[in-house]
Design a protein around this ligand. Structure first.
Ligand SMILES: Nc1ncnc2c1ncn2[C@@H]1O[C@H](COP(=O)(O)OP(=O)(O)O)[C@@H](O)[C@H]1O
Ligand SMILES: Cc1cn([C@H]2C[C@H](O)[C@@H](COP(=O)(O)O)O2)c(=O)[nH]c1=O
Ligand SMILES: [Zn+2]
Length: 201
């Protein structure tokens, strides 16, 4: 089995493709994105990295992992802006893709069709367990999808769910360990039931 992007032929071939890294919060999506992008830079490929401008958690401009790995990026408001920055580029990285508009799917297809390697990281599900923004569409058009997992903070199994630990119903709520915890399916179900009980449902 090829683990992540260690398929050296695909990694260094200058051919358009779409790679999606998805999973819950704390699953290592950003670390894996940064790892692939740094390797592309070592290979002297021209790399451009984007993140949604609303994601100001750790830095206005850099893409930063929970473990403080970072790489410089361009914050943008709309997926269409990506096309303005990507002439003469070999590799495009996109973090927090769940926050982008649905136009991102077409933008990524256009980039890959023009020979660019596109690497996208994003949350596949929101705190309710519902597919998040353009992520399901991006998984559908991807050449390769890597689902990564955090460790369930309750039982130590693999976690696929991001449980929100504060009362807020909005889909978008920036946060970290104060607001979210990664849980496995079983512990997530239990947590949701406990939340409902607490709210009188
Ligand atoms: N419960 C957890 N399971 C796994 N990693 C965790 C957990 N809590 C904190 N971390 C940290 O989060 C890092 C991954 O951060 P990051 O790549 O930013 O994840 P993501 O982008 O998926 O939220 C791990 O290397 C680890 O240091
Ligand atoms: C589940 C969920 C998360 N968010 C926010 C919280 C964080 O700011 C990001 C996810 O970052 P990570 O790199 O994956 O840790 O998304 C949200 O707005 N809504 C949600 O339902
Ligand atoms: Zn668990």
């Amino acid at each position: 089995m090829v683990l992540f992007s260690e398929d050296h032929i695909q990694e260094t071939k200058r051919r358009g493709r779409i790679e999606v890294i998805c999973g819950s919060m704390f699953s290592g999506k950003t670390e894996e994105l940064i790892r692939r992008l740094k390797r592309a830079k070592f290979a002297k490929q021209r790399v451009e990295i984007f993140k949604p401008a609303i994601d100001t958690r750790y830095s206005e401009a850099d893409v930063v992992s929970h473990d403080s790995h970072s790489i410089a990026s361009t914050p943008i408001d709309s997926s269409a802006s990506i096309l303005l920055f990507t002439s003469e580029i070999d590799v495009v990285g996109i973090d927090e893709a769940q926050f982008f508009d649905s136009g991102l799917i077409d933008v990524c297809n256009q980039l890959a069709n023009n020979g660019i390697r596109v690497i996208i990281a994003g949350l596949d599900m929101d705190f309710r367990g519902i597919p998040f923004g353009p992520m399901p569409g991006l998984c559908a058009i991807a050449d390769e999808v890597s689902k990564v997992h955090a460790i369930c903070v309750k039982c130590g199994q693999l976690a696929s769910f991001s449980h929100r630990t504060v009362k807020n119903d909005k889909q978008v709520l920036l946060g970290e360990t104060e607001e979210y915890e990664p849980l496995c399916r079983e512990c997530y179900q239990q947590a949701i039931q406990a939340d409902q009980k607490e709210n009188g449902h």
